[in-house]
Design a binder for this molecule. Structure first.
Ligand code: SF4
Length: 334
């Protein structure tokens, strides 16, 4: 049986159940790289130029960790998912970059997704991908339909039950029961913290120093972009910027706008050092928070040299301030 490797990085958090379903319907075994470690990051960072963004370095590290474990590696090129909205350039050249910096990698399976080219082109791309495993177009179509259904169920699980992508993936795959989130330290009321940023920053526990668990330890209920419906995200975007020009910036602007509008007790924006789209989009949310003057906002920028102690100190100070405001009744928790 052919084995396809999927790096646990970048778009893995958005689409893993869909990709897994597609390949498994075509009789392919799927293997995912293990969670990020210091070694993963060091190996990835060692292959690319220094100013490459942290998530791309992590992605290359995960690709390296799949060497010898699979027959090919799946790296999709997601150009655009909505009309006239484009993805960050790092995603567009990911397969070529991977081939260049990891020459010992097995063959790379690509699919190009660009809604601006029309649905017909998308279907051709899906068949082109499926033809690596079967010549029967009906089987490819069945696999694609099952994959789309799996994706809808995954999204539904997250926004309906307030699950993070790793929790929803655990739930779907049944690999591990997600432990009870709460590690409450005290009797004080919990604060609602909107954590905004790309999934590959929010849910990679190595590069963000277990941000979500730490916030829970500081008596916070954490809400993230994936816990919102498409409608809530899009309506917040249209109020803040009219329309998003970058495909995955909805996670920043839409969620930030929504949690500001609904008076979360605080918002933490997480971005990668050197990320162009984030530096613009996070600034829009930050400015809106400053204008509203109701919700404290903190920005955390991550890179491989970010100090864990620095992150902890900033989180502690932020959460202390949030809890003091709550005790004085200065914020309304939704
Ligand atoms: S959006 Fe930013 S963090 Fe994400 S891949 Fe592009 S440059 Fe890197």
């Amino acid at each position: 049986m052919t084995t396809v490797g999927i790096p646990r990085a970048l778009l893995y958090y958005q689409y893993y159940p869909m990709w897994k379903t597609f390949f498994e319907h075509l009789g392919v075994e799927v293997v995912v790289s293990p969670p990020t470690t210091r070694k993963t990051l060091a190996e990835g960072a060692g292959r690319v130029v220094a100013d490459t963004c942290l998530p791309t370095k992590v992605f290359i590290g995960h690709t390296i960790s799949l060497l010898g474990k699979c027959d090919c590696i799946f790296i999709p090129v997601i150009r655009s998912l909505k009309s006239k909205s484009y993805n960050c350039s790092k995603f567009l050249g990911l397969p070529d970059m991977t081939r260049a910096v990891v020459p010992e990698a097995p063959p790379i399976l690509e699919i190009e997704v660009d809604i601006n080219q029309g649905k017909r082109r998308l279907y051709q791309e899906i068949y082109r991908l499926g033809r690596h495993f079967t010549w029967n177009p009906l089987k490819v179509r069945e696999a694609a339909n099952a994959a789309w259904q799996a994706h809808l169920e995954y999204r539904d699980l997250m926004w309906r039950y307030g699950l993070t992508p790793p929790q929803a993936i655990d739930n779907i795959t049944g690999i591990r029961q997600t432990p009870e989130a709460s590690l409450n330290h005290s009797d004080r009321p919990r604060a609602t913290i909107g954590l905004i940023g790309h999934a590959y920053l929010l849910y990679d526990e190595h590069i963000n120093y277990q941000l979500i668990q730490r916030l829970q330890q500081y008596d916070a209920s954490v809400v993230t972009p994936e816990m919102l419906s498409d409608y809530a995200t899009e309506s917040a975007i249209s109020k803040l910027v009219g329309r998003a020009y970058w495909t995955y910036e909805e996670e920043v602007v839409g969620a930030g706008g929504h949690y500001l509008e609904n008076h979360a007790d605080g918002i933490i924006g997480v971005m990668a050092f050197g990320c162009g789209p984030d530096s613009l989009m996070m600034d829009i949310v930050h400015r809106q928070a400053t204008r509203q003057k109701t919700t404290p906002f903190m920005c955390l920028t991550l890179e491989e040299h970010t100090s864990e102690t620095g992150v902890i100190t900033r989180l502690e100070a932020f959460m202390d301030m949030i809890h003091r405001r709550k005790q004085r009744g200065e914020a309304i928790c939704v």
